[in-house]
Write a protein that binds this ligand. Sequence first.
Ligand code: CA
Ligand code: CA
Length: 299
Amino acid sequence: MEMIYKEQAVLKMSANNPPVKKVIPGSTVVFETYDCFSNQIQREDQPFSSVGWDKINPATGPLFVEGAEPGDILKVEIVEIKIDSQGVMTTAPKLGVLGDIVKGETTKIISIQEGKAIFNEKIHIPIKPMIGVIGTAPAHEDIPTGTPGAHGGNMDCKKIIKGSCLYLPVNVSGALLSMGDLHAVMADGEIVICGLEIPGEVTIKVDVLKGESLPLPMLVSEEKIITIASAETLDEAAKIATLNMHTFLVQQLGFQIDEAGMLLSLVGDLRICQVVDPLMTARMELPQWILDQYHYKIK
Ligand code: CA
Ligand code: CA
């Protein structure tokens, strides 16, 4: 099994990042990841502002996948997500949905015990480890790892968990996949601008799809297929996620335009991923059983 260590990290997704490892399609790779603060916050007397912006949201990589060429799709199977035994959260004025009423900086260290995040004596939250930042290099621009987009990036989609499969665009040779920003648990919205931030290790299997057409980024889990979209406003992101799923129903399953809309209005859940990053992210979730009825399987 190939391993990429956390020190091999980037702060932007870029065609110019030199690959730290090359693998062939079908390979299994472990990405060791820092938390989103580059593991700089270890105590509750260390505020968010003690971490320089040059330490925020490191993404381990990039991984070069042989044979991946622009126009292909990179299939990333999330085989395992292991997390450390302690995570951290921070709040600070002017950050997140509550930024106007948060007056000072607070740091909270939260330990993980027996699969639960110990928030306080009364509240023990079952963990659900997820990947906040995961993406490929864009073709013509450098995108900070803190920003989401068509290339993936800081989507903060809580459905990117063990057992799910993420489909990303290949914009440059080798795709240049990188990831980081694990959360032990996070709710839709990520309203104070962080989840339970935690270092860890992600095991993935990569493959390259050629000649396929899927709305990207797309996530497939056992029960759902999900289109994810990011834009300046949540309204816009919601619309793109919906249009992408609609296009999939029309092009891949042969639905008429109106009928596909009706179906989404009945069984397609439109949800918020996050509202705190430089772009907002929304997702449209369609139950997998709809595809089963048409004997359609995403490769
Ligand atoms: Ca994030
Ligand atoms: Ca985060």
